[in-house]
Design a protein around this ligand. Sequence first.
Ligand code: GLN
Length: 310
Amino acid sequence: MGDIRSRGLNALLLAALKAHRDCTEGAPADYIPALAQVNPELFALALCTPDGVVHAVGDADHPFSIQSISKVLTLALVLRESGADLVIERVGVNPTGRRFNSIEAVEENCGRDLNPLVNAGAIATVGLVEGTAAEVWAKIAATHAGFAGRALPVDEAIFASEMEANGRNRAVAHLMRSYGAFARDADEAVELYTRQCAQLVTVRDLAMIAGTLAMRGRNPATGVQMLAPTDVTGVLAVMTSAGLYEDSGEWLFRLGLPAKSGVGGGLIVVAPGRMGMAAFSPRLDAAGASVRGMRALTDVAQALGANLFV
Ligand code: GLN
């Protein structure tokens, strides 16, 4: 019985992979030099079931940087450590409707009423984690390891490449700090944020992260409760309204599920109570989401009848 189901899921993933394999729309991120060198043909899909089994097809063992999907997990860390009120008050939980690295969104709202999934809000969220820089990094790394089910290495070349090119994130961080969003040194917050974005994952890790969110904060493979169910709903709410930045509304219309993109080509989609899904494909649309990843996972979700509004 389990075998038949598992073969069915693999076949479904394979069909979605095949259906979108030849699509060459979009382009890999090039504002971070190291990301421009990634092979754009790589393509993988994965799905994590409630029992913690991960089904994966395509280039499922190829490592890539987690990028903005890490924002979800540091939000989880701050919710666990300091509670939802701090996040709502200091960062905000509203969609900005702007690009992920928008400075205008910060200025328009005097650093308030953003969300933890745009760069400004994510850097502020990192800035709200308590402790020395070393302690903060240890907490961020442990949170990611707990969700993924294994320690994630940092790609030092990607980290260094983004540190060279992230004047915009530094500007945003200083603005956010000047508006009182967080107290930590702004450059230190950017460095920690950039390091968390440079952690390497495979599509299997992302499926486990999505599966942990789908299973009310309990990693379905290790059984470790990573986040209280009452905080998981908040994380999924922000992913639903802002996980795909300025395209969040259109994807909510099409997909009907919380999702988060990363400019490394990674993507997670969560079907609460049912499964976690993930994709990896480096060509991005204008909002920075994986083109083939979004299309393929929309097919998979539809085939499984997973939609919040059904
Ligand atoms: N590290 C990237 C940045 O700060 C993350 C952006 C993303 O994945 N959307 O620009």
